[in-house]
Design a protein around this ligand. Structure first.
Ligand SMILES: [Zn+2]
Length: 420
């Protein structure tokens, strides 16, 4: 085995070890800490709900461990068996060398890997989620979702990837900068268009019907200087009983979306608090900041791929006799997760800070924190959130602070008059 393969193996094993270790740590912590309702959740969970949340957490963790083992096995097989250079060579032999053919090969690998993960997705939805009463997806919807996702991958991904590989031919060594700009333009276009073109392919969005709730929410938006014509309700109940609210799009396509499940679970004052939190993300420019960060990450990524493509040892280490940009993109894509995994605690830390800031914004906009705390408690209960995550596990994986952390932050704030 050459040193490139040894390095790749080390990266893959290091990530798997960390995943399994964190999961074990978390499972043990949940079992120990949640034999009775944790003190900081006494007012939120009754013992039966707490026990159910523990079961749900453990069931998800066990499935997650099997999934991690399986996907690592698949990755090792793909990278170490020599199947990639062999298949790529055959493909180019048949289809001829062209950016279209190279891009198609890369997408076929993506499709093959997602097919390998399909049984886990299916089990998670129709066994695990079903067992805990969350699943509302029908088999037809589930399969149709996958077909639509596949169609979008080819419709959008194929031309984009081809264009990027074409840039290599057209521009030469500086291609990565142009590829990055192309990617950026695509991402920004998607950010504008996704809420009006892509999301409606999967869900129905209806403006909130006229009535006290709509008046109240739009009144809040106007009061804190957020121009919105409508708040949309999404039929999240088509797939799951889990509830959520989110913010999407930019400019005049931006919209605030509440899951119908959320609208059923929360009182009007609580929905108002959730809306204020979402507007907070917008007003505090969290969306732009995250977009900027991911653009920077992509720039580094493209530079690294261009650099690796010039190093013959990299592709040859995996059996590609004449490595090119396409094979480098493929290898970097397969291995990228083993490196980015270690960045997730940093990104999640940032995301949690944004959540605290949006909570504070909401409490100040409404003038008190009670409604937001009420909403967060209900969401925690309804979604069977892990009542006792291990601190290291939540620091690594959680994009949102835990309920007790959010409550503590809101309580130190107290009730303050609306900002501005
Ligand atoms: Zn948030």
């Amino acid at each position: 085995m050459n040193w490139v393969l040894i390095l790749a193996l080390a990266l893959i094993v290091a990530r798997l070890t960390a995943e399994l270790w964190l999961s074990r740590l978390n499972q043990r912590h949940v079992r120990e800490c949640a034999t009775r309702v944790p003190d900081d959740l006494k007012e939120v969970l009754d013992p039966a709900t707490c026990a159910k949340a523990v079961d749900y957490t453990l069931a998800k963790a066990r499935l997650g461990q099997i999934h991690d083992l399986w996907s690592t096995g698949v990755l090792l097989l793909v990278l170490f068996s020599g199947v990639l250079p062999l298949a790529f060579g055959n493909w180019v032999g048949q289809a001829g060398p062209s950016a279209w053919a190279d891009a198609a090969f890369l997408l076929l690998v993506v499709v093959a890997l997602s097919v390998a993960a399909l049984p886990f997705d299916w089990h998670a939805q129709f066994r695990l989620e079903e067992r805990f009463g969350f699943n509302t997806t029908t088999q037809a919807t589930w399969w149709l979702d996958h077909v639509k996702g596949l169609a979008l991958l080819w419709l959008l991904g194929w031309p984009l990837l081809t264009l990027i590989l074409k840039l290599v031919e057209w521009i030469g060594p500086g291609w990565w900068l142009w590829a990055w700009l192309t990617m950026l333009a695509f991402q920004v276009a998607m950010f504008f268009l996704a809420p009006v073109i892509l999301l409606p392919l999967f869900n129905k969005f209806t403006p909130l019907p006229t009535g006290t709730l709509r008046d109240r929410l739009l009144g809040l938006a106007a009061r804190i200087g957020f121009r919105a014509r409508d708040v949309f309700v999404m039929d999240g109940s088509k797939r799951s009983r889990h509830s959520n609210a989110f913010f999407t799009g930019l400019g005049r396509f931006r919209r605030i979306v509440l899951f119908d499940t959320l609208a059923q679970q929360l009182a009007e004052s609580e929905l108002e608090a959730v809306l204020a939190h979402e507007i907070g993300h917008f007003k505090l420019k969290h969306v732009l900041k995250m977009l900027g960060l991911s653009a920077f990450g992509a720039l580094v990524g493209f530079y690294l791929v261009a650099w690796l493509a010039r190093q013959a040892w990299f592709g040859q280490g995996f059996g590609f006799h004449t490595p090119n940009v396409a094979s480098t993109v493929l290898l970097a894509g397969l291995l990228g997760g083993t490196v980015s995994f270690w960045l997730s605690p940093i990104l999640n830390h940032r995301s949690r800070r944004h959540e605290f800031e949006a909570d504070r914004f909401a409490a100040q906009a409404i003038g008190e924190a009670g409604a937001l705390i009420g909403a967060l408690r209900k969401l925690n209960r309804e979604n069977l959130s892990n009542p006792a995550p291990h601190p290291l596990y939540s620091a690594f994986y959680y994009s949102h602070p835990t309920l007790p952390e959010r409550e503590r932050a809101l309580q130190t704030l107290g009730a303050k008059p609306p900002a501005g």
